[in-house]
Design a protein around this ligand. Structure first.
Ligand SMILES: [Zn+2]
Ligand SMILES: [Zn+2]
Ligand SMILES: [Zn+2]
Length: 145
């Protein structure tokens, strides 16, 4: 009995569709916003950002417990536009337009209507670092300069 099997499995190459490309375009439209590396409103930052409230500080107005914003002009804490919009309200009443998110540590400028890159802008980097340490208990993984 000779085993004469010589079956060779043919490998069928699957064609790659162009769906991925479409997704990229869609993603650019709907999701990713590039943070600005400069802002004309940094002059309104409070001079002492070395001591800031802890990330679990409640909203000054409605006591919302977390995911709040820190006003970088007066260090008050307010809730986001997804809660009761108290940070937005604070900006409208005081023109304090620079705020740091305690949920993801991003910095938003209401006047520019844009995110700011806190790791690049020298005036924002110290407070970003302070907030990061408060939130995670260790300094952020910056490149050593
Ligand atoms: Zn609130
Ligand atoms: Zn303020
Ligand atoms: Zn700005």
């Amino acid at each position: 009995m000779a085993d004469g099997s010589s079956s060779s499995s043919a490998s069928l190459g699957h064609l790659v569709t162009v769906e991925e490309e479409e997704e990229l375009v869609y993603g650019a439209e709907s999701g990713w916003v590039e943070a600005r590396t400069s802002c004309d409103h940094l002059g309104s930052l409070t001079s002492d950002l070395s001591h800031i409230p802890t990330p679990n500080t409640q909203c000054n107005r409605c006591n919302n417990p977390n995911e709040n914003w820190l006003c970088l002009c007066c260090k008050d804490v307010f809730c986001s536009r997804f809660v009761n919009k108290h940070m937005l309200e604070h900006f409208q009443q005081t023109s304090h337009g620079l705020a740091l998110s305690y949920s993801d540590l991003s910095v938003w400028c209401y006047s520019c209507d844009a995110y700011l890159d806190a790791q690049v802008i020298p005036q924002l980097r110290p407070v970003y670092e302070t907030a990061y340490i408060l939130k995670f208990g260790q300094p952020p993984p910056f490149r050593t300069s």
